[in-house]
Design a binder for this molecule. Structure first.
Ligand SMILES: *[C@@H]1O[C@H](CO)[C@@H](O)[C@H](O)[C@H]1NC(C)=O
Ligand SMILES: *[C@@H]1O[C@H](CO)[C@@H](O)[C@H](O)[C@H]1NC(C)=O
Length: 428
């Protein structure tokens, strides 16, 4: 229908009136169609969402817990004031996460944050950041799972709704900039945080705001230090180990936290609340700066090392969903899709992802961790991941038992994939 209109959205031709153009955009089926993500792909996204939402079958290891936090803080990291002493009253930490569908990584993250982060603001859109195709609101579907008991009540779900998502997706198609959706989600998350905070008055000048992705996990020790020491400047960054598939390797990122630590990824971005709030008395104002993820470029001298970037987690449905939906990847190949028809092919593909044989550029940029001289200063595996190897076998290159269900879910009728997923959640 959109094709028959004289002013095809999203490209406004000079001769088109504003009204005709807006009308064509109302009828526009979205950049997903323009970019070739048809109904079949949308169904594939739903199938993969189903598989990432499944709880890992291995039970949580009840005999393993986080190390107790140190009684005293050192306050010597480069982002703290030079004469910093431990604060008499620690700051509260607000952590804003952009969430696509990384259910397992979120489970690991929330266990790391319990007791050190005050509130997690989980920003989730109804469209994917890449291509802007429709997606399920996954948090709605997984939050009652027992694995999220640990911090569920401290999570505020911020939904980037379909009206806002569609507008951002159209901007992507128009500008060709795939990051528009993520930027719009960040701005929406920040304004929602401000509205929430204006009502609740939980956070004030004294506190700290962190802007992160779900898989960028600062260690509890670093967060504990952050809450209890005076920051020198308004903005700083974390510094995370980036294993990229195998835990035996470290990837050299484009954006290090500091030139002195080239293997420490400079994320997430840490902000002092005082400066952020000051510019946002009127939070709808364009002048209210949005605290985005700055990829270590905020201030290369102000950083706090410690944590892990759980990017390229190779549980196959997770990595394939990421390929279809996020900007870092470029979609699925025909071989990727074909591999989903049998358990053996799926396993073989997962292994190629794990060994980086399907990402030779990344492989060239990663080295065995033993060769990274300052590895011990920044690499911290989240305790919950270290304690639950059987729950996350993909991090060690082993088969995830949920992979055995891939062909069955690929064949299941679309109606079995509706929200709640009840029928398929039980054994078919
Ligand atoms: C559970 O944690 C304990 C203590 O760290 C460890 O010895 C054990 O191997 C873990 N069990 C599993 C199944 O991972
Ligand atoms: C960057 O951080 C360092 C260390 O905290 C600080 O001395 C310096 O003033 C900061 N630079 C800017 C431009 O904020």
């Amino acid at each position: 229908m959109a094709l028959a209109l004289p002013c095809p959205c999203p490209l406004r031709a000079a001769k088109c009136g504003r009204l005709e153009f807006l009308l064509s955009c109302l009828l526009f089926v979205g950049p997903s169609a323009a970019a070739g993500l048809g109904a079949e792909d949308a169904l594939l996204v739903r199938r993969l969402e189903f598989l990432v939402a499944l709880e890992p079958p291995a039970p949580i290891n009840a005999s393993c817990a986080a190390q107790p936090l140190p009684a005293a803080r050192a306050c010597t990291a480069p982002l703290f004031a030079r004469d910093a002493r431990e604060l008499s009253r620690p700051s509260k930490i607000a952590l804003m996460l952009l969430f696509n569908a990384e259910a397992d990584s979120l489970e690991i993250a929330l266990h790391e944050y319990a007791g050190v982060v005050h509130t997690v603001f989980l920003v989730e859109g109804t469209r994917t950041t890449r291509l802007g195709s429709k997606k399920a609101l996954l948090w709605e579907q997984i939050q009652r799972q027992a694995r999220f008991d640990v911090l569920r009540d401290n999570v505020v779900h911020i939904v980037f709704d379909d009206a806002a998502s569609s507008a951002a997706s159209i901007d992507v198609a128009r500008s060709g900039n795939g990051w528009v959706v993520e930027n719009a989600q960040t701005a929406h998350g920040w304004r929602s945080f401000l509205r929430w905070n204006a009502a609740t008055r939980v956070f004030a000048d004294h506190d700290v705001f962190i802007s992160a992705d779900t898989d960028e996990i600062m260690s509890r020790e670093a967060l504990h230090e952050l809450a209890g020491c005076r920051l020198h400047g308004p903005v700083a960054s974390g510094g995370l180990w980036m294993p990229q598939g195998s835990m035996a390797r470290a990837f050299r990122p484009d954006w290090p936290a500091s030139h002195a630590h080239p293997y420490a990824f400079g994320m997430p971005t840490i902000y002092r609340m005082a400066e952020l709030l000051r510019g946002c008395a009127n939070f709808a104002s364009k002048a209210c700066a949005v605290p985005g993820r700055q990829f270590g470029r905020s201030n290369m001298s102000a950083f706090l090392l410690g944590g892990m970037h759980l990017t390229h987690y190779t549980y196959l449905p997770h990595v394939l969903l990421k390929k279809v939906t996020t900007n870092e990847y470029h979609g699925l190949s025909a071989q990727d899709v074909a591999a989903l028809s049998s358990v053996e092919q799926a396993r073989a593909l997962a292994l190629r992802e794990f060994t980086l044989d399907s990402h030779l550029d990344w492989k060239r940029r990663s080295v065995p961790v033993g060769l990274v001289r300052d590895f011990a200063t920044f690499a911290r595996t989240p305790w919950f991941l270290a304690c639950n190897k059987a729950r996350y076998p993909a991090w060690w290159g082993h088969a995830d038992p949920r992979e055995a269900r891939i062909p069955e879910v690929m064949r299941a009728p679309a109606r079995a994939l509706t929200p709640g997923f009840r029928r398929l959640q039980r054994k078919l």
